[in-house]
Every structure is written in C-alpha cells, then in structure tokens.
Design a protein around this ligand. Sequence first.
Ligand code: ATP
Length: 528
Amino acid sequence: MGNPNIQISEEIYNEALISIEDMCLIMSNKLLIQLGLTAPNRPMHDAFNQELHRERLYDLNDLKELIQTNLPLLNEQQKYVFETLMKVTNDETGGIYFLDAPGGTGKTFLISLILATIRSQNKIALALASSGIAATLLEGGRTAHSALKLPLNMHSNETPTCNVSKNSAMAKVLQQCKLIVWDECTMAHKKSLEALDRTLKDLRSNNNRFGGAMILLAGDFRQTLPVIPRSTPADELNACLKSSSLWKHVKVLHLSKNMRVELQNDQSGNIFSKQLIDIGNGKFPIDMLTGCINFPLSFCQLTRSKDELIQKVFPDVSQNYRNHDWLSERAILAAKNIDVNELNFKIQEQITGELMIYKSVDSATNQDDVVNYPPEFLNSLDLPGLPPHNLQLKVGSVVIMLRNINQPRLCNGTRLAIKKLLNNVIEATILKGKYKGEDVLIPRIPMIPTDVPFEFKRLQFPVRLAFAMTINKSQGQSLSVCGINLENPCFSHGQLYVACSRVGKPSDLFIYAPGNQTRNIVYHKVLQ
Ligand SMILES: Nc1ncnc2c1ncn2[C@@H]1O[C@H](COP(=O)(O)OP(=O)(O)OP(=O)(O)O)[C@@H](O)[C@H]1O
C-alpha cells in the first residue's frame, strides 16, 4: 500500500474490497453492500463461511508444539483440572464448569493448553472473554458481546437471546463447537449467560442446558462485578452470574497455587500474594472507628500527595515518555473518572509539544428529541466508556481504545502511544500485547451510549487519555509499576483488589490514600 507506483488492477481492487469486507464482518457482521458500499465479487456463501474457516485456521504444528512444551509443566492442581475438563469434552456429555482462579495461578496458561488440545484434533473450541483485553490473551479470543451478538440493553430485556440467526456462519460454529470458554466471566451479566443457554438450545435443537454443549467459565469473584449504571450493591449482586438460576448446575474447579510467585522465587511476592487474597476476601483488618483498612508498610509504597504519586510512577516523564517500553509498563489507577481526568491532565502537561483539540459532533438520533437535547447539552455530557467532547491530545501521550474497532489488534482496552495527530485521523503505536510496536490509524467513529435515557450519537476518535485510568478499565491489564489514587475511595466490590493486583510485588505498588486509610468493599455473599 505504501508503493505509489502500484497499478491498481481489477483483481487488486477486488482483493482490497474483500479485505475491507472481512473487517466489516468482524466488526459489525455486515457485508459492504449492507453498509451502502460497493460489494466485492465473491459468492455470499464464501463471505459468511469465513467464521467457520477462522475457527479451523490454526496451525497444527504450532498447536502440537505448545502441547508438547506445556503439558508436562502442569502442576498437580492444573493437571487435575486439565484431565477433568478434557474427559468431559471428549465424552461430549456437556456440562457447565467454573474455573475459580485468582490472578497468577495459571488460568490463561491452562485454558490455552485446553484450547490447543481440542483444536489439534481438528475440532472447534471457541474462546470468549468479557473484556477486549482478556480476549487478546487467548489464541483466537474475542469478546462475548461481539461474537455472540448479545443485545446491548441486557438489563432491561427480560429474556434476551443472542442475535445469531440459524443460517449464519456463527450458528454453524456454535452448533459444531466442542467447548466454549468464557474468560473473565465474573464481569458478565447473568442474562448474557442465560441468552447463550437459550440460543444454544435453539441452534443445536437440543433442550438440555446449553444445548448439550460444554461450557467453561473462568474468572475470580474477588474482582469487579458487572457494571450497572446508577446501581445499588443489591443490583450488582442480582446481575452477577451467581444469581442466575443456571448457577446451581455449575461444577467448580479451583486453582490456588500462585505460579507467578513460584516462578520468581521471591519471598516478598509470596507474602504480597497472601495479602492480596486477604484484601479480595475482605479479611484485611478493619479499623472499627473508621470502617477503613490501614495499609501495612510491607504491602506498598505510600506517598504523601498526588504529585508525589505522579513523580513515583512517571519519574522524568518529560524525557522518558519517548520510550514506549517504559511507558507501557506503568499507569495510575483511581476509582472515579474525575480523579483520572485530573491526573491525565497533569501528566500530559509535563510533555512538551503542541496540544491538539478535537471536538466531537453530537446529535440526538431520534428526530423528536432534537429540540429537547440541543448539541450544547450533549457536548456537556462526560460519560464513562465514551470519549470526551473536548479531546485534548499531544504526540507521545498514552491513550486507551474505547471500542473494538479491529479485534484482536485494536480492541476496547488496548493502550497506545500517540505518534501523529492529523485532522481526520490519529496515528498511534500499540503499547502492549502480541501487536506491541505496530502503528495503527484510528478514525473518528459514531458512538451511541447505552446508559442514558435517550439516544444520542457522538462522532469522535474512540480514545481517552490513559496515563491514568479507572480501576474497572484496568481489569486484565498487568503492569510493572502501578500507582493508585484513593483520594476518592473505591465504591464497589473488588475494586481495591483489582487495583492492587496489577503488580506482583510491594516495591512496584505506590498508593496515595489520605490518612493512609481506605475503604475495601467486598460483597461476602458473592464469595460464598
Ligand atoms: N505449570 C506452569 N509451568 C510454568 N509456567 C507456568 C505454569 N502455570 C503458569 N505459568 C506461568 O505463570 C505465569 C502466570 O500464569 P497465567 O498468566 O496463566 O495466570 P493467570 O491465572 O491467567 O493470571 P492473571 O489472571 O493475573 O493474568 C505466566 O507467566 C505463565 O506462563
């Protein structure tokens, strides 16, 4: 594409259209013709069969090599889980399992091995995850929402189903797959699992649970639960998987040996991982007077101010920001957007270079609403998961993607460093993961938030500054240096545990908490 002398033949033009259409199918399950664009020349059947083809595309030699290397490494617990799950998968009796695995116990390691073993037998194993970041950690992983076409308004729909029609390619995948893995399932709304159950029964013409398919859920209930806008703890508990009528059929398997610590052979890591589990289980001693926990000195490095926190996590940022390895390994977390925005603003200020301002175009989607919600009002809304109306960026700044625009490369949660700020496109370099170092172009896209009582559209680059990010957004990201600003304390189950467990040892964790105290919210009911 970089060659200006290339002769665009009809064949190349058609190939380009096919590539663009393949991307549209991944992003929106729509053909170019359905989007009002020129269609490539290929049989329709061929286009939709990509889904099935994609699930069979794995290189057998790579799979066998992974199995040969990793299978002998399994510890006793991992081996038991592996053998149990492989047996039920091979017996094809179906069932629903939950792999209860705190961070570092080898959940990803084990699931990757299970996926590879099934795929190496030329069978289909579908890898889903509740978040974009978790999806990128599994080979062939994708978000449950996009793969299953789950409805967006899950909480207001009594009996949702997946928008997968019986003759679509995804239906074929769901009919034929031997195993469906759903990672970070604790973040999923119970209704999404119920939707999968209904859809599988229908697609597989089988009235057994999940249409007789084998389902493996994985996650850690100490982490955050599904986010329900303006909710109470009771709403969160009610939305979580454990409240589903399907949960009583779940068989639980455990991993508890922290392999990350085991491999490092570092005593401080060992104590740290025990302290983390205590925070996650709500067992950290609470000060009876304040209802808060105090951080012991052995747990983290406490700072006296927010500026000191910035200084510790991003030392000499005005020089170091050019080093992407340095930048990718650090972030400051906070519970609320207001704290995150302030930190981002302060850190970006320290970077030299011109500030580019991108204003979004906001409009009500329903004609009747246009008079009630003028653009100025829509511009003033700063909603989680939506980029700001007034997006201010500099070259070198860190941003986070807010939408899956090209999975697995560019998904909700991918962190990038800005390379070029042009009027209609942003060029940025991926900071972490398999595609680290790749340059990508980010366009403006229309985004419709789901948690406002009326519908409006914001046309903006789907990014936010991310030197600092919210704790909920950080779930699934691992860091080498992590700061936590607890000026506004955590307000929901699991947030403190998620924030502290981004790193593996106390020397990498910096915390600013007024009075060195904070609230640790744990819903014990969800851990029973
Ligand atoms: N049996 C094993 N032998 C060798 N290395 C292992 C084994 N199990 C896990 N590991 C390694 O331990 C580290 C942690 O494992 P993994 O990332 O799978 O944990 P996890 O439970 O998914 O953690 P998190 O949820 O924090 O990402 C990885 O580097 C992984 O390769």
